[in-house]
Design a protein around this ligand. Structure first.
Ligand code: GAR
Length: 196
């Protein structure tokens, strides 16, 4: 049975594009919606250009997380997604929301979890003198950047790296990792993907 995938974004959506492009041919899933919490997110136009329906739920228009998430649920429901992929979605989701979607939400995070949950992961890896850095796709649970790991990709840290150069190298790894994990997950296999 083909799995229906909604992708949640806040920004440019480069991971979203890679996920959408990957869901073709014999892939066990198809994209049904790209949803942004930011009306100006660059990823919205990219999704439309790829022929994927889009929706916006602007978090600034809601007084609290509960009402924002009720609107998220209402926007997602007509698309009947089986799987939610967070792809640069920069809102923390409540225990209630995550509980409703338990086992069906994935997130990509730009570090080798459990290292560097939260923000500024590239600067933190450089400050720590790490020789390797990378990205993780994990199932979303109520704890921030936690949950069972579904895949990781490592990249080397070069001596002259800045947070920007390191972010570019990690993002390229994200673009390989997330589609590989989604394909496996949508087929019912949660064995972690290890790249390269
Ligand atoms: C990606 O690097 C993703 O890992 C990160 O935001 C970027 C989104 O880029 N996500 C987080 O930091 C979540 N905590 P994109 O919009 O081009 O896919």
């Amino acid at each position: 049975m083909t799995r229906r995938v909604a992708i949640l974004i806040s920004g440019g959506g480069s991971n979203m594009v890679r996920l959408v492009e990957s869901m073709a041919g014999d892939h066990p899933a198809r994209p049904v919606l790209v949803l942004s919490n930011r009306p100006g997110a660059g990823g919205l136009a990219r999704a439309e250009a790829l022929g994927v329906p889009t929706a916006v739920v602007d978090h600034t228009r809601f007084p609290d997380r509960e009402s924002f998430e009720a609107a998220l649920d209402a926007a997602l429901a007509p698309a009947r997604p089986d799987i939610l992929c967070l792809a640069g979605f920069m809102r923390v989701l409540s225990e209630g929301f995550v509980g409703r979607w338990a086992g069906r939400i994935l997130n990509i995070h730009p570090s080798l979890l459990p290292k560097y949950r939260g923000l500024d992961t590239h600067a933190r890896a450089l400050a720590a003198g790490d020789e390797a850095h990378g990205c993780t796709v994990h199932e979303v649970t109520a704890a921030l950047d936690d949950g069972p790991i579904l895949g990781q990709a490592r990249v080397p840290v070069e001596p002259d790296d800045t947070p920007g150069t390191l972010a570019t190298r990690v993002l390229a790894a994200e673009h390989r990792l997330y589609p590989a994990v989604l394909r496996r997950f949508a087929a019912g296999d949660t064995t972690p993907v290890r790249l390269p």
